[in-house]
Ligand binder design. Sequence first.
Ligand SMILES: [Zn+2]
Ligand SMILES: [Zn+2]
Length: 247
Amino acid sequence: MAYIGGPLVLIFNWNTEYFLYSLLAFWFTVHLGISIGMHRWAAHRSFQPRNKLIEVILHFLIVINTVGSTITWSGTHRLHHKTADTDDDPHKIDGQPFLTKLKYWFNFWPSHHVSPKSIGDLARDPLHKWFHKNYFKVLLIYIITLLVIDVNLFLYGYLVVTMFSIHWISWITVGAHIWGHTDHEVGDSSKNTFLMGLLMWGEGWHNNHHYKPGTFEFGWNWKQPDIGKHVIKLIAKPESLRYRKVK
Ligand SMILES: [Zn+2]
Ligand SMILES: [Zn+2]
């Protein structure tokens, strides 16, 4: 919906102030929800939030990004790490023709099978299960609430924000397997990129991440900025943090 809705809003209902607010909202929503919540917490279990309230907030932020529940997304993502660049990789980018990469950028991925065993930990967790089951209800209530308050809140606060988020995520799922440099020989096409590391709260250090997927640290030193890991230190139980060095 946001792929088409977002650009239509910008073309037919342009408002510079709302646009700038959307940019700001997206920058926080996508990184708190997807990089920290979905990716580092749910998919990799690299830390545990301090309390249930933080878990609920992360789940809510995950839902409003509209890329699926933690259980669905993590299953695919774990498979990607396990099978990177092989024919079993659900997000195989390396060696694909340009049009296929473009299709993937817009989230038209080939179907794949995720073993229920690989997401057993999430499927057994009551909160992950609840948000998985009620994913569309929560999303719908959020959208209706925005609409009731102000239609522009839906147009810019949801459609434009989500348009930015889904393209932004493709910079990693697709882009981080095309552009950048390799610092660790991990046997796949994952790349590190300084600019994306800086702007994407650490997600641009994708080659680091493929090398050590279990750690919450994506940038490993001051030359590799990673806003996400600093936020995680604030919201995580300190004893739950999985450090690269002690792994
Ligand atoms: Zn990857
Ligand atoms: Zn990952």
